[in-house]
Design a protein around this ligand. Structure first.
Ligand SMILES: Cc1cc2nc3c(=O)[nH]c(=O)nc-3n(C[C@H](O)[C@H](O)[C@H](O)COP(=O)(O)OP(=O)(O)OC[C@H]3O[C@@H](n4cnc5c(N)ncnc54)[C@H](O)[C@@H]3O)c2cc1C
Length: 373
């Protein structure tokens, strides 16, 4: 068999790429090399249903255990990509093994950014993998004081899910409003109000100045407003770093090579829909097929039982028009710039999304998003 396709990384983009190759009739070898010990699984439930305990590990796997064997997709687990020989077309793994490839798909995602000094403490967590989620779930107990540092989507979701475990939650955010890139200020304020209504203590515009610990346990934070926050556990959710440090310096040129394809969060994305699309697109390129049109991708989140969905990137000065009832957590909003719709958000209204996506795509300056509408 030929050297075929090697996929570095074993998450959503990797899985979508492998599936699309087989669906498209690709007959060569397909190998997924992942640093994790688990077959590809879905990450969004890690801060929602899996963390809440309403979904099991098996339920978040993308495919049943036998799928990869049946489809002849080889899983090389627990051995990360460590280097690349572009001229000899070899992917080097941490174990020292080298995999020959005809096409390499780079889909190593990103990792959670840690707070400097935070990794000294066993009760300071980050959340990116299944193992992280299982560890965090194990410490969320009634009455436990959880600090969530960072009020991005993952921080918002964990704060909500932890309340469901009976924890006392403090959400701390350095900016005066969270999620500036995803939410218009009025919507960001609505989300802060929602967290507070549900009993989460939200501290905005506040930075950590000191970590106070005893041995391997963090006990309190000092904040720049002079306050001290006592805690039992802390989740650091202050953003991600792409897992591209194993790539050679020519990384920026890689996409110019026909045998190298980048997909998902490592390629600059940070949402599920985009990673899924790019994994498929890499497969289409390998199959020599027309690349699928880039749809107007968006994100979703579940916070206190409410489904939030967003499309586009609003800016603070954009005009926003609401329809529905924010107080009842049932509304959508269209955000316009110079009279042109550029972003939208739906709360508790998943059925609005196809229409809003079409509206935005029709006004998009990206030709392929327009065509995909
Ligand atoms: C807790 C959480 C909740 C989320 N919720 C939402 C949501 O509600 N909505 C939404 O739109 N998006 C959500 N996302 C984002 C979404 O899950 C990601 O955009 C998506 O998983 C990206 O897919 P990917 O394949 O690029 O990366 P990943 O899914 O991260 O997969 C990359 C894989 O590569 C592995 N890897 C890393 N380094 C190496 C290496 N050197 N060699 C080999 N393998 C390596 C990683 O361990 C991982 O298994 C969430 C993410 C997290 C972490």
């Amino acid at each position: 068999m030929s050297a075929g396709v090697v996929i570095a990384g074993g998450g959503l983009s990797a899985q979508r790429c492998a599936e699309t190759l087989r669906q498209g009739g690709y007959g060569g070898a397909v190998r997924i090399a992942s640093i994790e010990e688990h077959a590809p699984y879905d990450r969004p439930p890690l801060s929602k249903a899996l963390l809440a305990g309403t979904k099991t590990l098996d339920e978040i796997a993308f495919r049943p255990a036998e799928w990869h064997g049946e489809e002849d997709v080889e899983l090389l687990l627990g051995d990360g990509a460590a280097g690349l020989d572009l001229d000899r077309r070899k992917l080097m793994l941490e174990s020292g093994a080298a995999l020959d490839y005809e096409h390499l798909v780079i889909a190593t995602g990103s990792r959670a950014r840690q707070l400097p000094g935070g990794d000294r403490y066993e009760n300071v967590h980050t959340l990116r993998t299944l193992d992280d989620a299982v560890r965090l779930r194990g410490v969320l107990k009634p009455g436990k004081r959880l600090v969530v540092l960072g009020a991005g989507l993952i921080g918002q979701e964990v704060a909500a899910t932890a309340m469901g475990h009976g924890a006392e939650v403090t959400l701390i955010e350095a900016e005066s409003l969270p999620l500036a890139r995803a939410l218009h200020p009025e919507l960001a304020q609505w989300l802060v109000d929602l967290q507070r209504e549900e009993g989460v203590e939200v501290k905005l515009g506040t930075r950590v100045t000191e970590l106070i610990g005893e041995g391997d346990r963090l006990e309190a934070l000092l904040l720049d407003d002079g306050s001290r926050v006592e805690l039992d556990e802390m989740l650091v959710a202050i953003g991600v770093i792409p897992n591209n440090d194993w790539l050679p310096d020519e990384v920026g040129l890689l996409t110019l090579r026909p045998d190298i394809h980048g997909a998902g969060d490592v390629a600059g994305g940070d949402h599920w829909e985009l990673a899924a699309h790019q994994g498929k697109a890499a497969a289409h390129a390998i199959l020599g097929q027309e690349p699928a049109q880039v749809p107007f991708t968006g994100w979703w989140s579940d916070v206190h039982g409410v489904r939030l969905q967003g499309l586009g990137q609003p800016a603070a000065n954009d005009e926003i028009v609401f329809e529905g009832n924010p107080a009842e957590r049932d509304f959508h909003a269209v955000v316009s710039r110079d009279g042109v719709p550029v972003a939208a958000l739906a709360v508790g209204r998943p059925r609005e999304i196809p229409r809003l996506r079409k509206l935005l795509a029709e006004h998009s300056s990206t030709p392929s998003a327009k065509e995909a509408a």
